[in-house]
Design a protein around this ligand. Structure first.
Ligand code: SF4
Length: 467
């Protein structure tokens, strides 16, 4: 049995941020090569701290869904996941045994040599008859003086594509370092030019900065008066959103696995879910959700919708449907913490037992595993001081927060959350497994609270600042 875990950044504010990782997870699930494909995020749930607990097998491959190496892939992800590794990840990844699970952590997909094929695919989408006679290719990277790795990958891809002979010229240009993208009219001579942004997703840079710096007006732009004669520029979509990235992920996973054996079902995880299903078969309330068994399937709905005729609710039939419906509040706001009491109403889901597990995982990530561990006295709590000490980068300043400040913020943020703060010394005697629906443990301050404490320390809280 094998689990694949895809790690994304996510966002406390914007629900779109996690979308690309969800899409790749679905593509990879469809390939059927792993028994499960799970997503984990820095700023959403399941969080990096929780995600390993939510995996069902003892053989786990973790892939950072990032375009280049850097702070997140080398510092934040391994630290938060407790991988016992910091710094550059060697080719082939690192492997650790953590709590009986073999966890392999790979390089981010963007540095894999197979990304060259993705660049080529994007170029041909933008200009199907690109030819070595008259077409130049620009591989366009972000580039930054702080991270030489990101530009190295662009140069490596440009070299491979130059050697492939598909184009008359191949150039590596950057937004933030020399050679800058704005210099392209001087360096590119071919009459037709394809520009492929080596970016993870469509966003501010691909939609605004790049077109502005290059003088582009759409997917095809004509420049009649350039120093080397008239030129036409074909602007491709970013590489990171191409479906072929799923193949790159599979290459990475296979290379990391090497001659590794087959995993087994993880016993603690299985015990947690069997306990949950046993309770569910008799009808159960979890958090804000009412779960009712019905002729071999299960119905889930918001507790406040109890008794409403099914016809008045939107019926969902897949775990992904439940996920997408419950990622936003009734007011349309993003829900980075799923246990905040903001579950939207107006839906019901009808699911078989296997899909019920996945739907509950999406509804309340890690809640079944953590609650079961709590009931077995096996859930480790992390006090605030330890969480704060671990923070780096812009979050390091939370170490300066006084206990009173942390408590003040927690009173506001956590009072809207179903979880009980074990990390702050609160006690939880009965859980939803004992039929107390709101009995859910919080073993460690979530990144949402950490971000709010940072705002408090910065004096920005309540001033309309996001994070
Ligand atoms: Fe909920 Fe507070 Fe725990 Fe975050 S820290 S999960 S808001 S109880």
């Amino acid at each position: 049995m094998r689990s694949l875990v895809l790690i994304g950044h996510g966002s406390h504010l914007n629900g779109e941020s996690a979308g690309a990782v969800y899409r790749y997870a679905e593509l990879l699930r469809g390939r059927g090569l792993f028994d499960e494909v799970i997503e984990g995020y820095w700023k959403e749930e399941p969080s990096l701290r929780q995600v390993l607990k939510t995996t069902a097998s003892t053989d786990i491959t973790v892939i950072p869904m990032f375009i280049s190496e850097g702070y997140f892939t080398e510092t934040v992800i391994p630290r938060e996941m407790g991988l016992g590794h910091q710094g550059p990840v060697p080719e082939g990844g690192v492997a650790r045994v953590i709590g009986g699970r073999t966890v392999r952590y790979t390089l981010p997909y963007g540095v894999h040599p197979a990304m060259t094929d993705v660049i080529l695919a994007r170029a041909h989408e933008a200009l199907p008859d690109a030819s070595p006679q008259d077409t130049a290719l620009i591989v366009l990277g972000h580039g930054t003086t702080r991270n030489e790795n990101s530009s190295r990958v662009i140069y490596q891809n440009a070299d491979r594509l130059r050697d492939s002979g598909h184009f008359a010229e191949v150039h590596a240009l950057f937004l933030d370092e020399d050679p800058k993208v704005g210099t392209w009219p001087e360096v590119v001579k071919a009459p037709r030019v394809v520009v492929v942004p080596f970016f993870a997703s469509e966003g501010w840079h691909t939609l605004e900065t790049i077109p502005e710096d290059m003088g582009l007006t759409g997917t095809v732009t004509a420049f009649p008066d350039h120093p080397h004669g008239p030129q036409q520029v074909f602007y491709a979509k970013p590489v990171g959103t191409h479906a072929a990235v799923a193949d790159v992920v599979l290459h990475l996973a296979e290379e990391a696995r090497g001659a590794g054996g087959q995993g087994d079902p993880e016993r603690g995880h299985e015990a947690a879910w069997q306990t949950f299903l046993e309770r569910a078969r008799a009808g159960l309330r979890v958090g804000e959700v009412l779960l009712t068994p019905e002729l071999g399937v299960f119905e889930l709905r918001h507790m406040l919708d109890e008794g409403l005729p099914g016809g008045e609710l939107v019926t969902l039939v897949t775990p992904e449907g439940v996920r997408d419906r419950t990622r936003v509040t009734d007011g349309g706001d993003h829900r980075p913490v799923h246990t905040l009491r903001t579950l939207p109403r107006g839906w019901r889901a009808v699911l078989n037992e296997a899909d019920l597990r996945r739907a509950v995982h999406y509804l309340y990530p890690a809640v079944v595993e953590e609650t079961y561990a709590h009931s077995c006295h096996a859930l480790r709590h992390t006090p605030w001081a330890t969480t704060a000490r671990r923070q780096t980068g812009i979050y390091a300043k939370v170490q300066k927060a006084t206990p009173a400040q942390v408590e003040h913020v927690a009173q506001e943020v956590c009072s809207g959350c179903l979880r009980t703060r074990l990390w702050a010394g609160e006690r939880l005697t009965f859980t939803f497994l004992d039929r107390v629906p709101g009995g859910l443990p919080c073993a460690e301050a979530c990144t949402f609270l950490v971000a709010e404490v940072r705002e408090e320390v910065s004096g920005k809280r309540g001033a309309g600042h996001g994070h």
